[in-house]
Design a protein around this ligand. Structure first.
Ligand code: NAI
Ligand code: HPV
Length: 529
């Protein structure tokens, strides 16, 4: 397995990857986009920070790629949608650089209050100027924290220790977290109107882009001090420059920019009351060691087929959950492929119902496994846990899941129904039986059956006439196909009967034709689970 370390991560992380049996590590930092396209052609994993861009083109140039690991938080440099479609897991390390970034933010806040960088630069110039560099205090001032997640929360704590009043705006925040943090929950307008200091800590999204623009600065107090150690573009740079010029903003501290690296001629570089750092939030020894080792371990786990942690494009499943979920994922995949093989090619809905104990499990993972099973014969090797939902969406199939509390007659049961555009339903139900959780199919197309969900199944619908079992047995015997298991079902004697025959090997085309040609046979399908 080949791993490309495309941005500089901790040597300990690289070392961890090198030590894994069968892993080959290539370190190539600062490569041009063309060089990246060349480097990825035979790699199974790529480790990045925020520099190397993993675009759609890069993903297309990497047919073996399974995982992109981001040693840090923001995945803005990765085309996550394209990765998801290609079944590539994108993962980050959400907590490893929280403190480092909170501390850098606080450094910026302090430098916004007291012009230490400017005073230090003047000392280096041989000056002794005590008049030009006076400041203000943080004590009893109001700090507006926009985005009270991991980093915003740590900044708020530090501000409280400095005796600041903290207002927080975060529309997704649970009131209990705000209460626990002892911050005042506010609207964005409250913050703009009341804050002496504002700091932003959210990802750059459609909602957060230019959240602080000309109109927002209009609403602020004169002399505002503002900081961005999250993502460039949350504060509109051109509006900030104007607000600094007019005196509306007294000081600003920026670690991130609309374009990185920041243009040499950016007006921000020459403004005296602005402190700039080149995206250093996560650049501490501790944070880099933490995220570097973490991402290396996460990548190794994925490549070895183990747990998937901190994926941003699929639910993460830990080791304990995998142990519990394993048999359900297997049963789900089998039911998915079974219904696909007994139904028409075009369907409009895949409806999944869970009963009993399964209702309390992480159904999201099982639902993905069912979709992966359904797509196995349609999308082949390309389908996996990551892209199964988006492939279903591309086919225009709606996926519905129902958790039912009704009595289903089993301790646990899952049903997969496909509904065709003209409203016909094809279905399969399964459960786990015994200590080891043996997967059993207990219903096909509303007929009760009882067969182990494994290997090949001959699913037959026939008129309930004497001698059918013998006839089928003889045809299969002639074909040297051994019967492992058989289940018969009928609603009324002499009506339509259902026969599910589990076979050790696949019947030949000739044998299948012979079965289909029998006058009593209404439907005959060979299904491979
Ligand atoms: N300068 C640097 O080197 C670093 C920058 N970062 C960036 O810092 C930012 C925050 O990181 P974390 O705190 O770890 O993330 P987080 O996910 O813990 O917190 C983000 C918060 O933003 C909130 N949010 C989302 N949309 C919002 C909106 N429209 N208005 C207000 N709040 C909104 C969310 O509810 C969440 O609480 C990210 O953009 C990350 O990429 C992170 C690490 C280093
Ligand atoms: O983790 C983040 O979101 C960061 O912005 C840190 O970026 P970096 O790893 O220092 O290039």
């Amino acid at each position: 397995m080949k791993i490309l370390v495309a941005d500089k991560i901790s040597p300990k992380g690289v070392e961890y990857l090198r030590k894994q049996a069968g892993f080959e590590v290539i370190e190539a930092y600062g490569s041009s986009p063309e060089k990246v396209l060349e480097l990825v052609k035979d790699v199974h994993a790529i480790a990045v920070r925020s520099e190397t861009k993993i675009t759609k083109q890069v993903l297309e140039a990497a047919p073996l790629l399974k995982v992109v690991g981001r040693a840090g938080v923001g995945v803005d440099n990765v085309d996550v949608e394209a990765a998801t479609e290609r079944g590539v897991v994108v993962m980050n390390t959400p907590a490893g650089n929280t403190i480092a970034t909170a501390e850098l933010t606080f450094t910026h806040i302090l430098c916004g209050a007291r012009p230490v960088p400017q005073a230090a630069a003047s000392m280096k110039n041989g000056e002794w100027n005590r008049k030009a560099f006076s400041g203000i205090e943080l004590f009893r001032k109001t700090l507006g924290v926009i985005g009270l997640g991991r980093i915003g929360g740590e900044v708020a704590k530090r501000a409280q220790a400095f005796g600041m009043r903290v207002l927080a705006y975060d529309p997704y925040l649970a009131p209990s977290r705000a209460k626990a943090m002892q911050v005042e929950i506010a609207t964005l307008d409250d913050i703009l109107a009341q804050a002496d200091y504002i700091t932003v800590h959210m990802p750059l999204t459609e909602d957060t882009k230019y959240m602080i623009d000309e109109a927002a600065f209009e609403k602020c107090k004169k002399g505002l001090r503002i900081f961005n150690c999250a993502r460039g573009g949350i504060i509109k740079e051109s509006a900030l420059v104007e607000a600094l010029k007019s005196g509306k903003v007294a000081a600003a501290g920026l670690d991130v920019f609309e374009g990185e690296p920041l243009a040499k001629d950016s007006p921000l570089r020459s403004m005296p009351n602005v402190v700039l750092t080149p995206h250093l939030g996560a650049s501490t020894a501790e944070a880099q060691e933490s995220v570097g080792i973490e991402i290396a371990e996460q990548i190794a786990d994925v490549l070895k087929g183990g747990v998937i942690r901190n994926a941003v494009n699929m639910p993460s499943i830990d080791e304990a959950a995998i142990k519990i979920l394993g048999p359900y994922l297997d049963l789900g995949a089998k039911l998915g492929t079974l219904v696909q093989q007994i139904s028409p090619q075009q369907i409009s809905t895949l409806r999944i119902t869970y009963w009993g104990k399964i209702v309390d499990l992480d159904a999201n993972a099982i639902t993905r496994s069912i979709q992966r099973g359904y797509l196995r014969r349609i999308s082949g090797e390309q389908v996996n846990f990551v892209n199964a939902p988006s492939l279903m969406q591309r086919l225009g199939v709606q996926v519905e899941t129902i958790k039912s509390n009704n009595d289903c007659g089993y301790t646990e049961l899952m049903a997969v129904d496909v509904i065709t555009p003209d409203g016909k339903i094809y279905s399969a139900q399964g459960t786990l039986i015994g200590k080891g959780g043996q997967p059993r199919i207990v219903n096909i197309n509303s007929r009760e059956v009882e067969v182990l969900a494994e290997g090949g199944l001959l699913v037959l619908e026939n008129s309930d006439v004497p001698g059918m079992v013998g006839t089928i047995g003889t045809i299969l015997g002639k074909d040297k196909v051994n019967i492992a298991d058989m289940s018969l079902s009928r609603l009324t004697p002499g009506g339509t009967a259902y026969m599910v025959v589990r076979v050790d090997t696949e019947p030949s085309e000739a044998a299948r034709k012979e079965i289909k040609a029998l006058p009593a046979i209404k439907m005959a399908k060979f299904v491979q689970l």
